[in-house]
Design a protein around this ligand. Sequence first.
Ligand SMILES: O=C(O)CNC(=O)c1n[nH]c2ccccc2c1=O
Ligand SMILES: [Fe+2]
Length: 214
Amino acid sequence: PFIEHISYSDLERLALQRLVPALLSHGFCYVDGLLGELAGSAVLDQVVEMHNSGQLQDGRLAGSIPGVSRRSIRGDKIAWVSGSERGCEAISFLLNLIDRLISVCASRLGDKAIQERSKAMVACYPGNGAGYVKHVDNPNHDGRHLTCIYYLNKNWNPKEHGGVLRIFPESKPYVVDIKPLFDRLLVFWSDRRNPHEVQPSYATRYAITVWYFD
Ligand SMILES: O=C(O)CNC(=O)c1n[nH]c2ccccc2c1=O
Ligand SMILES: [Fe+2]
């Protein structure tokens, strides 16, 4: 039901001229305007509806602080979706597009062909200062090869809202700050090449992540 915002040749060009070179040289790449306003907003609406209907559960509770009751400081809230659930049609459209994009890249990323992907993790940082400490998604070869994060946050201003994703590319003298902007797709190697953190967020921050396995 959505306008085919991006043609296959656009997708192929995006993959070959943007994603593959960036992944091979820097290890990450982000693309803005992936779905366009209409389809992007449809995805956002479905994620907001999941949040409002209590489908997002506590991903991790910042309960590690001694003496502070586990349930006081909330971390991210997540839900795993395949895309076939009712009310996830726009999310399914997004996942299909990312699948097509990555499949064009896969054969040119030199590594073993990318076979499959995880379900989609819909994540919400509730805006109470919670973030995600510096980590590597796949430090010990659990099969995850590429991390793809689609951001859904309109009018996001890091000065006020924080929530920047900071990547610390291994063996590089710089860090990379990425704003979690609406209709932005970020792709990066899931392994030790890309330690990263979500800085404390002071507004509700939505993202959808899929991991591709090799
Ligand atoms: O949202 C972002 O910009 C980056 N986000 C992450 O790196 C990230 N990485 N691993 C997770 C595992 C479980 C629950 C949430 C997460 C998570 O947000
Ligand atoms: Fe991560």
